[in-house]
Write a protein that binds this ligand. Structure first.
Ligand code: GTP
Ligand code: MG
Length: 297
C-alpha cells in the first residue's frame, strides 16, 4: 500500500531586501537564488523544492514588492501577484531591524485581500541584527491584525529548520508536484549561471548601474578537456555604463568573473572557463520587447 503524501506551495513575499532569497537558499540547502545587500536583487519568481520522506514543500521566492517605475518593475510585480495566486501558505517577510516603511504598507495592503483565503504567516527576519525586535514585530502586526507571527534569523540554519518543520506539518494530503529526485530549484543551469554573474556584478556597482544590468548565458558546454565553457553577456543600458562595469584596466570585470567562476565551479564540481562580454542595450528596462529578449517573459 502506498503511503499518503503531503505537499504544497509556500510563497515568500515582502518588500525588497528583507531576506526572502536567503531564507529560500537555507531552506533548500543549496544556493539557488542570488542574494545581495542591495534591494531588488530578485527579478523572477523561482520555485525551490524540498522533499523529505513523504512530504514536499515547493517554495516560491518572489521579487521584492515595490512601486514599479518602468517595464522591468511592472514585470517584477506581475511575478509576485502570479506567484501568490495559487499557493497554500504565504510567508510575509519583514525586517525587524526597523519598524514598517511605506513599502511594507504597500505589501500589507495587497496581502489583506488574501486574508481568509490562504494562511499568511508574518515572519520577522534578522533578529540577530535587530535592536528592538519585539517592538518592531508588534508594529508590523498592526498592519494586518490577527496574523500568526514568527521571529527568526534567516541566516540561522536551526531557525530555518524549525520553520520548515512547522510548514511541513501544515501541508495537505496531495500527490507530489515534482518527482522526489527533482533538482532542488526549477531553473536551467544557463539561467542559474546568468543569475550568479548578475549577483557578482551587482555587488561592486553603485547607484543605478546594478539595476541597469541584465545577464544572459549564450553558451554552456562541457568540453573535451572536462571543463565547462560558459559565455555570459552582461547588458548595460548606456554606453557610459560600459567603462564603469569593466573598470580601470579591466579590473572590475575580471573580479566579477573570478567570483562568479568560483561559485559555478562549486555548483558544477568541475573546472569552469567563464567568459564575460559587455553589451549595450539602450534603455532595456523600459522596453517590454527587450525584457522578453533578455529572458524576462
Ligand atoms: N543580519 C542579517 N542579514 C540578513 C538576514 N537574512 C538576510 N540578510 C541579508 O539581507 C540582505 C538581503 O537579502 P536577500 O535574501 O537578497 O533579500 P531579498 O528579500 O531576497 O531581497 P530582494 O530580492 O531584493 O527582494 C543580504 O545582504 C542578506 O545577507 C538575517 O537573518 N540577518
Ligand atoms: Mg531576493
Amino acid at each position: 500500500m502506498s503511503e499518503a503524501t503531503y505537499s504544497g506551495f509556500v510563497a515568500l513575499v515582502g518588500k525588497p531586501n528583507v531576506g526572502k532569497s536567503t531564507l529560500l537558499n537555507v531552506m533548500l540547502g543549496v544556493k539557488a537564488a542570488p542574494i545581495s545587500p542591495k534591494p531588488q536583487t530578485t527579478r523572477k519568481r523561482l520555485r525551490g523544492i524540498f522533499t523529505e520522506g513523504n512530504r514536499q514543500i515547493v517554495f516560491v521566492d518572489t521579487p521584492g514588492w515595490h512601486e514599479a517605475q518602468d517595464a522591468m518593475g511592472e514585470y517584477m510585480i506581475r511575478q509576485i501577484t502570479e506567484a501568490i495566486a495559487d499557493v497554500n501558505i504565504v510567508l510575509w517577510m519583514v525586517d525587524l531591524r526597523h519598524p514598517p516603511t511605506r513599502e511594507d504598507e504597500l505589501v500589507a495592503r495587497a496581502l489583506k485581500a488574501l486574508k481568509g483565503q490562504v494562511p499568511i504567516l508574518l515572519i520577522g527576519n534578522k533578529t540577530d541584527a535587530a535592536k528592538r525586535p519585539e517592538a518592531a514585530l508588534e508594529a508590523y502586526r498592526e498592519l494586518i491584525p490577527g496574523l500568526e507571527t514568527r521571529s527568526l534569523s534567516a541566516q540561522d540554519t536551526q531557525d530555518d529548520a524549525n520553520l520548515r518543520e512547522e510548514l511541513l506539518a501544515m501541508l495537505p494530503v496531495v500527490p507530489f508536484f515534482f518527482p522526489e529526485d527533482y533538482a532542488r530549484a526549477e531553473q536551467t543551469p544557463e539561467e542559474w549561471a546568468a543569475e550568479i554573474v548578475r549577483e557578482e556584478a551587482m555587488r561592486p556597482l553603485k547607484e543605478e548601474v546594478p539595476y541597469a544590468i541584465a545577464t544572459k548565458t549564450e553558451e554552456f558546454e562541457l568540453r573535451d578537456n572536462d571543463m565547462f565553457y560558459i559565455l555570459v553577456f552582461i547588458y548595460v543600458e548606456r554606453e557610459g555604463h560600459r567603462p564603469i562595469l569593466i573598470g580601470s584596466g579591466g579590473r572590475m570585470l575580471k573580479e566579477i568573473g573570478a567570483a562568479a567562476r568560483k561559485q559555478l565551479e562549486v555548483f558544477l564540481s568541475k573546472k569552469v572557463y567563464l567568459e564575460l562580454q559587455v553589451k549595450v542595450y539602450p534603455n532595456w528596462r523600459k522596453d517590454p520587447e527587450a525584457l522578453r529578449e533578455l529572458g524576462y517573459e
